[in-house]
Design a protein around this ligand. Structure first.
Ligand SMILES: Cc1cc2nc3c(=O)[nH]c(=O)nc-3n(C[C@H](O)[C@H](O)[C@H](O)COP(=O)(O)OP(=O)(O)OC[C@H]3O[C@@H](n4cnc5c(N)ncnc54)[C@H](O)[C@@H]3O)c2cc1C
Length: 460
């Protein structure tokens, strides 16, 4: 069957049904606009994947979402059936650990614990007091995250606070990441307020003075894991979402984008759209069936690097772990020279992640720091990870559950020079009217940023 309905074409076609594509589609649909979403995988959700085995529920991608604005809350509540599925992190999730000298130390949550913590030396703590007096970098300058943090907070705070944090968020190398693009809010604090402490105080005052309803910031997931978000979005989108498709051509004709795809049952569909929003990873853009000239232009975005990451979920008998594992997880600074980037404590974070008297740990390996470690098979990875867990958390028994997910290209890195890539994207969009490039390689990598980007998209 071929359908080419030019009289009342759906106006927007979205390629890719990760959270960026799904959120965009739902934002359009709930504001009364039709759209078509095309996804080659059988399941929508992209990186949001949960794995259930018995009473274990492990995440292959993101473990949680930071709910930090009324707009995101309203968006999530608007998805049919999702509000009842939202679960909040337990209060102990506020506690986070950073490893120093082979031991996890709780990150201080207030001024008194900051003075008392053995995580940082006295000299490092005193160095922080100088931060408000350090001059801001010139406007429009681009520093690496590492250079910026060393300049403002000193080397030790960089090594034992920022470096592990960046490993945990980006699986990235702070020496290579661009501060204005990877952490625009921190960049803005210095540019607009003169520094991190001054900026932090100004933000706090502004938030206190703000009138109207305020959001209760919280870390959330869903009863059936993170995959429940794309599942509910897919159900809400109904027949606007086509999974298991093969996209055959994307052509510009008569000012419209003509899209041809075949469905899993072999049906060929051709339709015409005013807007084509592509939300596939940057390294997949040039593989889309555009004409050769546009493919060449998109190929330049292949330079956005996605390092590999392995996510190893391990279950243990509770009595086989000496550490209280009473927190979000533990991050490992690069200078500690270990084989893991960090370990999350999902069963301490959320209810119903592990059977009674057992606990779930999720270990991240690889990233920019040690890409070669991410490519090991499950047995090799276990042999690497278990001694680390034994040393850091006092794990003594064998795992009762093992699940391994390898991401060959995990998370886009907003490296120094990213501005050139951004300018390329803008150039391509200006040149090819109606084509828009979206996804986590633009505007932020967190699930929250992907949803925010969808909410700020102009509706037709
Ligand atoms: C291991 C890991 C842990 C993470 N942890 C967190 C966390 O704790 N909190 C957080 O907020 N964020 C986290 N993130 C980041 C966050 O999950 C991602 O940035 C976000 O989910 C990306 O969504 P996306 O839709 O932009 O891209 P993707 O999820 O990559 O989706 C892209 C979609 O495009 C489809 N596609 C690919 N090629 C084609 C093609 N040729 N044609 C059509 N479609 C195509 C894919 O199948 C996929 O469905 C994590 C990411 C990873 C990998």
């Amino acid at each position: 069957m071929t359908s080419a309905d030019h009289k009342s074409p759906p106006r927007t076609c979205i390629i890719g049904a990760g959270i960026s594509g799904l959120a965009l589609a739902w934002q359009l649909k709930r504001s009364g606009h039709a759209c078509t979403v095309l996804e080659p995988s059988a399941l929508a959700g992209g990186a949001l994947r949960s794995h259930r085995e018995g009473d274990y529920l492990a995440e292959e991608g993101p473990n949680s979402i930071l709910l930090n604005s009324l707009e995101i809350e309203d968006f999530l509540y608007s998805i049919p059936g999702l509000e009842a599925a939202i679960i909040e992190a337990k209060p102990e999730a506020k506690k986070r650990f950073i490893v120093r000298a082979g031991k996890p130390h709780a990150v201080p949550m207030g001024p008194l614990s900051a003075i008392a913590t053995p995580l940082w030396s006295c000299a490092a703590k005193l160095r922080v007091l100088a931060e408000p007096f350090i001059k801001a970098a010139p406007a429009n300058s681009e520093e690496s995250v590492a250079d910026f943090m060393r300049r403002r907070l000193g080397d030790e705070l960089y090594r034992y606070a920022i470096n592990p944090l960046v490993g945990g968020i980006y699986a990235g190398d702070p020496e290579q990441l661009s501060l204005p693009h990877a952490f625009p809010k921190l960049y803005a604090l210095e540019q607009h307020h003169g520094g991190l402490i001054r900026g932090g105080i100004a933000k706090l005052k502004a938030a206190r003075a703000a009138k109207g309803p305020k959001v209760r910031k919280r870390i959330i997931s869903f009863e059936n894991g993170m995959a429940e978000l794309p599942e509910k979005l897919a159900a809400a989108l109904g027949n606007s979402l086509h999974t298991g498709v093969s996209i055959q051509s994307l052509r510009k004709t008569d000012g419209h984008w003509s899209v041809t795809w075949s469905s899993a049952d072999g049906t060929i569909t051709e339709n015409s759209f005013d807007r084509l929003i592509v939300t596939v990873p940057a390294h997949r853009l040039a593989h889309l069936p555009f004409d050769a000239a546009l493919q060449d232009e998109l190929r330049e975005l292949n330079t956005i690097h996605y390092p590999p990451v392995s996510v190893l979920s391990l279950g243990f008998k509770r009595q086989h772990i000496a550490h209280a594992i009473d927190g979000f997880g533990a991050l490992v600074p690069e200078c500690e020279a270990r084989k893991i980037l960090g370990v999350l404590f999902p069963s301490s974070l959320f209810a119903r992640r592990a059977p009674a008297n057992e606990v779930l740990l999720t270990v991240f390996v690889g990233g920019e720091r040690q890409p070669e470690c991410a490519t090991a098979d499950t047995e090799k990875l276990k042999a690497t990870v278990l001694p680390e867990l034994q040393q850091l958390l006092g794990v003594s028994g064998p795992p009762t559950f093992v699940h391994h997910k390898h991401w060959e290209q995990a998370i886009p890195q907003y490296k120094l020079g990213y501005g050139t890539q951004l300018a390329r994207m803008e150039h391509i969009e200006r040149k090819h009217a109606g084509l828009q490039l979206a996804g986590n390689y633009r505007g932020g990598i967190s699930v929250t940023y992907c949803i925010e980007a969808a909410l700020s998209y102009p509706t037709p």
